[in-house]
Design a binder for this molecule. Structure first.
Ligand SMILES: [Zn+2]
Length: 337
């Protein structure tokens, strides 16, 4: 039984009632629910995809609001975890989609569990190591995924359908050294570029879920400032280490160090050393005269010039610094091992 809300969608012949049923049965992982991920999540949620699994490591801040369409000022004021804020807003729209939210940093350890039983993965991440990790996992598992990236007014998109065209490493063998590509930090970003790429990404997601046969994978490049769109042919490379030789280095080694600087923010993420007992930590902070607040499983405290957010998996974001050594020192001093 197809709910009446999808009437106009099932009238679109390539989708039809059978396609709508496939969407209803589908489970999709979104890695990142900020700009691209949030936009794509909204489109897939509205389209009636059965289950959306949202994973995001970050919290909402005010400078997200021009392009991260799921978030509101109240989320920025509360520094809500993006995955939870996204789930809240999507669920408010109603509809049959189930949403599972995970406020985690996606890495080689947790990706297999997050992607378990999924039919598709969408890239809404903000960094290349995560994309190469997704590529390794999806090629190994034969799972389609859609790479997407936006900087400034430009966007790039590649659907990867293992066995039916190139993977990310066929086209870009290795990520360039850190610091060589422009980022949202250095070049800024405008929302129309995000919306354009996310719309193409969500469109390909529906296609891959409903009727992947005959889809010609191509690298798509667009510019939302000049209105240009280019479709570049993309060939599989038989010498590709991932889809050719079956090497999956990003799955075999930890993808992040203990401390990383988040893109576009004065924020350092500390991976942490496992689950923290929040009751005991709260008592210790109180003794030390540090003000803190609990938001369910999340504990937030201000320390020196930073604001710290501790997640259930032991991960901490220190906002207000880009100094990883300093953040590690604050972690040791206030949370400890
Ligand atoms: Zn390849």
């Amino acid at each position: 039984m197809i709910p009446p809300r999808f009437d106009r969608q099932v009238r679109f012949a390539p989708l039809g009632r059978a396609g709508q049923q496939r969407l209803a049965d589908a489970r999709v992982l979104l890695v990142g629910t900020g700009a691209l991920g949030g936009f794509s999540a909204q489109l897939l949620h509205r389209a009636g995809v059965g289950t959306l699994v949202l994973a995001d490591r970050d919290v909402v801040e005010e400078s997200n609001l021009p392009r991260q369409v799921l978030f509101e000022e109240a989320h920025a004021r509360a520094a809500s975890p993006k995955a939870l804020a996204a789930a809240e807003v999507l669920e408010r729209a109603g509809g049959p989609t189930r949403v599972e939210a995970h406020a985690v940093h996606v890495d080689a350890d947790n990706l297999p569990a997050l992607a378990a039983e999924c039919d598709l993965v969408l890239d809404g991440s903000d960094n290349l190591p995560t994309r190469y990790l997704i590529n390794d996992y999806c090629v190994r598992e034969g799972l389609p995924w859609v790479y997407a990236g936006v900087v400034g007014s430009a966007g790039l998109l590649l659907p990867v359908h293992p066995g039916h065209g190139p993977c990310l490493r066929c086209l870009f063998r290795d990520p360039p050294p850190p610091g060589t590509l422009p980022t949202c930090d250095t070049a800024g970003v405008i929302a129309p570029a995000v919306g354009a790429i996310a719309s193409l990404q969500a469109g390909l997601a529906l296609r891959l879920l409903v009727d992947p046969e005959g889809l010609e994978p191509a690298l798509v490049e667009l510019d939302a400032w000049s209105g240009e769109l280019r479709r570049l042919g993309a060939q599989r490379d038989p010498a590709c280490p991932t889809c050719g030789a079956g090497e999956f280095p990003y799955l075999e080694s930890p993808t992040t160090g203990e401390a990383v600087i988040l893109c576009g923010r004065r924020t350092v993420q500390i991976r942490g050393r496992g689950k923290v007992d929040l009751e005991r930590l709260g008592e210790r902070l109180q003794v030390a005269g540090v003000e803190f607040m609990r938001l369910g499983d999340i504990l937030r405290f201000g320390v020196e010039e930073t604001r710290a957010t501790l997640f259930p998996d032991g991960r901490v974001l220190f906002e207000g610094t880009e100094d990883t050594q300093r953040a590690l020192a604050l972690y040791d001093r206030y949370i400890g091992s």
